[in-house]
Design a protein around this ligand. Structure first.
Ligand code: BES
Ligand code: MN
Ligand code: ZN
Length: 500
């Protein structure tokens, strides 16, 4: 499907989507189309008494005579309340309505209506972004898909009165969409296809965008003393990997902002094995790493003027004769020892070494880790917000604000010494889980990570266990792997870490 931004002109064929404001308000282009078809649109709206142009309402109008096959009227609601996101939803919903309809050509008139405060170029750029994000599918393994179920749309033209401005705004958004798609693909792939080595190979592909990619294997990690990370991977037949991705688009030598991702390519729980029901979901336990990889692709793709480092810790958590046992004590790269009471609390064990390495090597001005870390965050926040933990109010606020703008929302939870108490071990420097009855599972996981934050490095931890995968269809986020975190991190860099 090819998505293009073009000047507003009534298409000669295919379907046309027009934005309508509350009160059946058409824009100048919509009025022109209505006139050209003899007032058929106004008539159809009047006849369908319940179609008022309210948010989410749709009305299909068949257009008599040659040319256009139909016009779809899309309600955007009260024009004074329409925001940029509404145009993303418009693009996404439009494409979804016609995706497998047999229609091949779609034009979306992304008009800004009277009363809405939004540049015309922005509306069109967002509609094009929405069309791409909303049309995401993963059909790779469907070898017997019937023709009638295959996508039919070939060309989507976003019509606008401000094509040059829209194209300029759309270029970086299209790179962002590519990053989100990459993350969705990687997270969707099963664990027999995406495992540490093959995921590292996917990271290497970012070199073509100008990202410097290094892959460390178990030998190198052993030398560095990453006993916590290596302990998690030791039960797997697959070799653990640590991938370091650098995008140096900022000032030479300027301290980078850093992202660290949990990449457990499959989490069986290890010897503290998970129940079999639902275990297949643990293929997406590399969602944090997936988000970091997609964000690096977006940031490099749009050539951000920033220095950004992405580090992903890639392992497979398996039970076997060589697996780590409950009670084992490992020594992390920081030198701190950890009593592994539960081998299913493995994410923190790989992140602690990846975070330590990132800080030692890059002295980042900020560090954000992303991880599908705890089931408890789903109990606390469901699937609407990811958990945010931070030692730095400014970074926390930047992240929360970025999440709002991009609709990848965060909710901050506390950290404190009282929670940290739960990690005291009778035999080592800490244990990897708090004792029974302590509660606050997501917070104690974050406290564990905080023990590996050097001095005052501004650090934030995002627990994305509830948001990396979705069972609910949303306009720009279809069911399945969401790509959560890519838009957020890209926005964080754009708004706070880029040279102007
Ligand atoms: N990967 C899981 C967390 C998870 C659960 C992600 C559900 C997505 C959906 C993590 O490694 C884990 O197993 N956490 C344990 C921690 C516990 C042993 C302290 C959990 O949440 O039960
Ligand atoms: Mn686990
Ligand atoms: Zn896990």
């Amino acid at each position: 499907m090819k998505i293009e931004i073009v000047d507003s002109k009534t298409p000669k064929r295919g379907s046309l989507v027009l934005a309508v404001g509350e009160g059946r308000q058409l824009g100048p282009f919509g009025q022109q189309v209505d006139k050209a078809c003899g007032g058929a649109l106004a008539k159809a709206m009047a006849a369908a008494a319940r179609f008022t142009g309210g948010k989410g309402q749709w009305l299909d109008v068949l257009v008599p005579g040659g040319g256009l096959s139909r016009v779809l009227l899309a309600g955007l609601g009260k024009t004074t309340e329409i925001k940029a996101m509404a145009y993303e939803a418009l693009g996404a919903d439009a494409v979804k309505r016609l995706a497998v309809s047999g229609e091949t050509d779609l034009a979306i008139a992304a008009e800004v209506l009277k009363g809405t405060l939004l540049p015309a170029g922005e509306a069109a750029a967002r509609a094009a972004l929405g069309a791409r994000l909303g049309s995401y599918r993963f059909d790779k393994y469907r070898t017997r898909l019937k023709d009638k179920d295959k996508p039919s749309l070939k060309a989507v033209n976003v019509l606008t009165a401000a094509a040059p401005a829209a194209k300029k705004l759309h270029a970086p958004l299209d790179k962002l969409a590519a990053g989100v798609e990459l993350t969705r693909n990687l997270v969707t792939e099963p664990a027999n296809i995406i495992y540490p080595e093959s995921l590292a190979a996917e990271c290497r592909k970012l070199a073509k965008l100008g990202v410097k990619v290094e892959v460390l294997g178990e030998r190198e990690m052993k030398k560095l003393g990453m006993g916590a990370l290596l302990g998690v991977g030791q039960g797997s037949a697959r070799e653990s990997k640590l991938v370091v991705m650098q995008w140096n688009g900022g000032k030479k030598g300027g301290k980078p902002v850093s992202f660290v991702g949990k990449g457990v390519c499959f989490d069986t729980g290890g010897i503290s094995i998970k129940p079999s029901a639902g275990m297949e979901e643990m293929k997406w336990d590399m969602g944090g790493a997936g988000a970091v990889i997609g964000a690096m692709a977006a940031i490099a793709g749009r050539k951000a003027k920033a220095n950004v480092v992405g580090v992903v810790a890639l392992v497979e958590n398996m039970p076997s004769g060589t697996a780590q046992r409950p009670g084992d004590i490992v020594t992390s790269m920081s030198g701190q020892t950890i009593e592994v009471l539960n081998t299913d609390a493995e994410g923190r064990l790989i992140l602690c070494d990846a975070m330590w390495y990132t800080q030692q090597r890059f002295k980042p001005q900020a560090m954000v880790d992303l991880a599908t870390l705890t089931g408890a965050i789903i109990i606390a926040l469901g699937h609407e917000h990811a958990g945010l933990f931070s030692n730095n109010d400014r970074l926390a606020e930047q992240l929360a604000a970025s999440g709002k703008v991009e609709d990848e929302q965060l909710w901050r939870l506390p950290l404190s010494d009282a929670y940290d108490e739960g990690l005291k071990s009778p035999i080592a420097d800490m244990q990897n889980i708090a004792g029974p009855g302590f509660g606050a599972g997501s917070i104690t996981a974050a406290q564990f990570l905080q023990r590996f934050v050097v001095d005052k490095t501004p650090w934030a931890h995002l627990d994305i266990a509830g948001t990396a995968w979705s069972k609910k269809d949303r306009p720009t986020v279809p069911k399945g792997a969401t790509g959560f975190g890519v838009r957020l991190l890209n926005r964080l860099v754009a708004d706070h870490y880029e040279d102007r």
